[in-house]
Design a protein around this ligand. Structure first.
Ligand code: 3H9
Length: 689
């Protein structure tokens, strides 16, 4: 065996040369890896005893892409294109041996090889779109030559990781070899290629599928139209599509040039910067400075959930999906039956679960009217409505019932977890697990650390959240935690703007155009204006009261802030407009014209300010955790980073501060700038340091 450099070896298996990369954690294409590949190819070509070449990786995965941390820095070492040219132009067949994931630049290296073999558990994909990019090393030109433009567009705009079996069916992989025996399988395949005199297949020369699509622009037009909603606001999907169009309409080398140009534009733009930031922010959120990774984890083999409503049922599904039995507890048989039925019908309606899977999952779910059924659970999650007295009662009973060592969690969306914990004699076992609705779909989990929550309980919760496919952020106890607290700041502004003369649909439009899935008033109409509204007590003191009193309680009554037609399509409402105008006039406010710019600043800057307060109070570990919460739980457009990233990199903290001060002077203390914001601006720093 010869060491090419610190991450690459070259060895020989009989007449097959084997280049092995070993660059943990994911063999990303850093300068070292590229140099290693270039050196490995040279060694293999110079080795007269090698008739073919296998490229394989050590560790958990094949090359998972370009090294994202290198983007934006100076180019060092061999370029990826040089490496690909060396592989594709090799006079000896080169076979990529894939395990784990061949992603992005990793798959692009594999596509420059003459053949690809993979183990059954491997996956391939071009997920650059999720980083606001496109495959910039020939991926958009080679992929459609194998799978056709339609499938290629689907892959590059979704970033999906395609399982090996499907890759085989599409021709992306040439052979599946036995799990755990990748090296032997790849070497045997390489010998077969030589023995059978198979050609040195170059994907770039395979033009049949792209030529067949030439002169059919409708393929692209239809695809754009069908996905317009999904792609709204994002640049990268459109750029990816243009590259596939180029693969169809231009010769290979020209297509490569188009790809390089568009890649460069995306790489230097703010969307990709925001999305790359988001990638690392998510991973960073899992790291808790005073809870090291090797903190013991409490095994969770059985889960109990109190409350079989929409929330409880949704939470249960997360655990059932990964094979953990769940007991749902309710007070009334009827509510329990309804809850169990809703879980079943959620599965039956889901496109992904097959009937036998539904049955397997449902067989792990049991119901009970007796909290004693939770005695042997490792984790119990309380998901009843938001009343402190009820929650405290439940926790004191759980304290008496649950086995020692069990984690006692509350799904409260904003109540004081310390107070809930005080109802038990084991506050160290108590934590907040704030799921978002629908809990089986939404990615975010706010893990709420109370004063005395133990490190084991925190570590277990963070690790478990990952197992159930959630993105967790650790937050501290404060009203509304991170997400709802910042939402509160935005809602307050939206309401105030309405009192100053902006119409709900103007505010909604500005936020929708910014990239939110919907504005606060459309959201209210969807949820129901009457949440928390009590008819008997309503005295027309707010616009909401007046609307509810008129039975305009949202979509369900056909009218709320908006009017709705029979298909629930919203229209600005003259009735609401009149209500608002009368209300504002009655309050003695002089309604004024409010610009879109002011609406945006007034809605978003206070969010940045609130985030800064959360940070200075230590209720979030880092600004990026706040962004993780807002991206994954509140629809903040990922291509705008998150409120903290956006505040710093797009709006600019000095401007946010200036406006907050101006509004404080005009409208009072609600706008008081966070001390942290003042300090950072004075020091010319950002939230990162
Ligand atoms: C590209 O390829 C562009 C080319 O087309 C064109 C070039 C010209 N770079 O996710 P994990 C780190 S763009 C640097 O927790 P998992 C990650 O930060 C790229 N670092 O593991 C983490 O570090 P830490 C296209 C990377 O097992 C550690 O590895 N490729 C990269 O759950 C473990 O990551 C992609 O977009 C990277 N490319 O999942 C794939 N990837 O431990 C991105 C990971 O310090 N990667 N790290 O927190 C993934 O999707 C997942 O990491 C993967 C493993 C599925 C591979």
């Amino acid at each position: 065996m010869t060491a090419i450099n610190e991450v690459t070896d070259y060895s020989r298996d009989g007449d097959v040369g084997v280049i092995t990369l070993n660059s943990p954690p994911v063999n990303a294409l850093s300068a070292n890896v590229r140099d290693g590949l270039a050196g490995g190819m040279k060694a293999a070509l110079d080795d007269a005893g090698a008739q073919s070449i296998v490229l394989i990786c050590e560790g958990r995965t094949f090359i998972a892409g370009a090294d994202i941390t290198e983007f934006g820095g100076p180019q060092k070492g061999a370029s990826l294109f040089e490496v690909q040219d060396a592989i594709e132009g090799s006079t000896k067949p080169v076979i990529a041996a894939i395990h784990g994931t061949a992603l992005g630049g990793g798959l692009e290296v594999a596509l420059a090889c003459h053949y690809r073999v993979a183990v059954p558990s491997a996956r391939c994909g071009l997920p650059e779109v999720n980083l606001g990019l496109l495959p910039g090393a020939g991926g958009t030109q080679r992929l459609p030559r194998i799978v056709g433009p339609q499938k290629a567009m689907e892959m590059v705009t979704s970033g999906q990781h395609v399982p090996a079996k499907e890759c085989l069916a599409m021709g992306l992989v040439d052979e599946i070899v036995e799990e755990g025996k990748l090296r032997d399988g790849a070497v045997a395949f390489a010998r077969k290629v030589v023995a059978e005199h198979r050609p040195l297949k170059k994907v770039r020369e395979s033009n049949q599928k792209v030529e067949a699509a030439r002169g059919h622009p409708e393929i692209f037009a239809d695809f754009r139209k069908a996905n317009a909603r999904r792609f709204r606001g994002f640049l990268a999907p459109e750029y990816n599509i243009r590259c596939i169009e180029a693969a169809v309409n231009q010769p290979f080398e020209e297509g490569l040039k188009t790809e390089r140009k568009l890649f460069g534009e995306l790489l230097t733009g703010s969307q990709s910067a925001a999305q790359r930031y988001g990638f690392f922010a998510e991973r960073q959120a899992a790291k808790i400075p005073d809870v090291p990774d090797d903190t013991p984890v409490i095994p969770v083999n059985k889960v109990g959930i109190i409350g079989a409503g929409t929330m409880g049922g949704g939470i249960a599904m997360n655990f059932l999906n990964i094979g953990i039995p769940v007991t749902l507890v309710e007070v009334k048989q009827e509510a329990l039956d309804r809850g169990l039925k809703v879980v079943r019908s959620n599965y039956e309606r889901s496109r992904t679960a097959r009937p036998e899977e539904t049955e397997a999952r449902m067989s792990r779910l049991s119901g009970s009217l007796d909290m004693n059924a939770l005695a042997d659970c490792d984790l119990v999650i309380e998901a009843v409505f938001e009343r402190m007295d009820i929650k405290k009662d439940i926790f004191s009973r759980l304290d008496a019932i649950c086995k020692p060592g069990a984690i006692l969690a509350t799904n409260t969306s904003g109540l004081n977890v310390d107070e809930i914990a005080s109802a038990t004699k084991r506050p160290e076992a108590v934590i907040g697990l704030h799921f978002f609705s629908p809990a089986n779909v939404m990615k975010l989990l706010e893990v709420v650390r109370a004063d005395r929550t133990s490190k084991e309980v925190i570590n277990t919760s963070m690790k478990l959240s990952r197992k159930i496919g959630k993105i967790a952020a650790l937050v501290g106890v404060c009203p509304g935690f991170v997400g709802n607290r910042i939402l509160g700041a935005r809602q307050r502004e939206a309401q105030k703007l309405m009192f100053e003369g902006a119409m709900p649909w103007d505010i909604d439009r500005v936020l929708y155009d910014f990239g939110f899935p919907m504005g606060p008033f459309a959201m209210s109409d969807l949820a129901g204006l009457d949440i928390g509204w009590v008819k008997e007590k309503s005295k027309g003191e707010t616009i909401r009261d007046v609307l509810c009193e008129m039975d305009r309680r949202g979509q369900k009554t056909g009218a709320g802030y908006y009017d709705y037609d029979e298909n629930r399509v919203a229209r600005p409402s003259p009735v609401t407009e009149k209500v608002i105008k009368e209300f504002v006039a009655k309050s003695g406010v002089n309604a004024r014209e409010i610009t879109d710019e002011e609406i945006l600043e007034r809605c978003l800057y206070p969010m940045v300010n609130e985030g800064a307060k959360i940070l200075e109070e230590g209720k979030a570990i880092r600004a990026s955790d706040i962004d993780v919460v807002w991206q994954n739980g509140y629809g903040w457009p990922v291509y705008r980073g998150g409120p903290m990233w956006w505040g710093e990199h797009v709006a600019g903290l000095p401007k946010v501060l200036e406006r907050m001060k101006e509004w404080e002077g005009r409208m009072g203390d609600t706008y008081k700038p966070a001390a942290l914001l003042e300090r950072l601006v004075a020091e010319g720093k950002g939230f990162g340091g």
